[in-house]
Design a protein around this ligand. Structure first.
Ligand code: PGA
Length: 269
């Protein structure tokens, strides 16, 4: 059995998918199918926080998702896909921490590669958002990872080192989670091999050790993301360095998402 010192977090990022109707269907299915996938004793894994589940839907259905989960058989954290570093002001199209807190959302995804690629997010803005939200009491899932070009020109180590240096908080925070997502693996069907994921995660932990010290680096959860599906999740989660998965496409259907959660439970049982 693989050792999971930091437990397992299964996070699903819906991106710009699922409006109100599809969200209702998703949670209906999730609740209905729960026991087809999970064992009764798995509830202990959730209660002890060894297995955690997070869903990251569009802003528009955050409240609806929370309401639909009220009678769910297990706890799912509902998180936002981004939030600004300022608490209010003239920032059209942005959402602030206090707005999210008002509806009970306390986890935020920051620095997803699609934000970096299409919306000009940089290491500097990622760091700024993350530091401000952590200070405001949020849990932050901060994404980083190299592009295909950088990967092909063997610059992964250099890029990760720069992203850690310039794009992560100066100090470790217990509510910070890192998601390593090689951009060449996102939505492409090409997954990093378990060995590649382990290598990158080990390097990241070394970089965090330099930045924050050994004790903090050992505590931070590092998720893997990029074309995770039920067929490859077990192998990826086998590494003691992989503390969970951040999933896009495979989180859109309740049954597929449940089979990823089931894989997490199987490893922890
Ligand atoms: P994917 O997306 O699982 O569809 O590759 C992962 C992500 O972008 O977080």
């Amino acid at each position: 059995m693989p050792v999971k010192p930091r437990g397992i977090l299964v996070a699903g990022n819906w991106k710009m998918n699922h409006g109100v109707q599809e969200t209702e269907l998703f949670f209906h299915d999730l609740k209905k199918e729960y026991l087809t996938f999970m064992e009764l004793t798995d509830s202990a894994l959730f209660e002890e926080n060894r297995l955690q589940v997070c869903l990251i839907p569009p802003y528009l259905v955050l409240e609806r998702s929370k309401a639909l989960l009220r009678d769910a058989p297990f706890h799912v954290t509902i998180a936002a896909q981004n939030a600004h570093w300022e608490t209010k002001g003239a920032y059209t199209g942005e959402i602030s921490g206090p707005m999210l807190r008002e509806i009970g959302v306390t986890t935020v995804l920051i620095g997803h590669s699609e934000r970096r690629q299409y919306f000009g997010e940089t290491d500097q803005t990622v760091k700024r958002r993350a530091e401000s939200l952590l200070e405001q009491g949020f849990q932050v899932i901060l994404c980083l990872g190299e592009t295909r070009e950088q990967y092909e020109s063997k610059k992964t180590a250099e890029v990760l080192s720069r992203q850690v240096q310039d794009g992560t908080p100066e100090a470790h925070h217990p509510h910070l989670v890192i998601a390593y997502e090689p951009v060449w693996a996102i939505g492409t069907g090409i997954t990093a091999t378990p060995a590649q994921a382990e290598e990158a995660h080990t390097l990241l932990r070394q970089l965090f050790q330099k930045r924050w010290g050994k004790e903090s680096a050992e505590k931070v959860s590092i998720l893997y993301g990029g074309s995770v599906v039920p067929e490859n999740v077990d192998a990826l989660l086998t590494s003691s360095q992989v503390d969970g998965v951040l999933v896009g496409g495979a989180s859109l259907k309740a049954k597929t998402f449940l089979s990823l959660i089931q894989a997490g439970a199987r490893i922890l049982r």
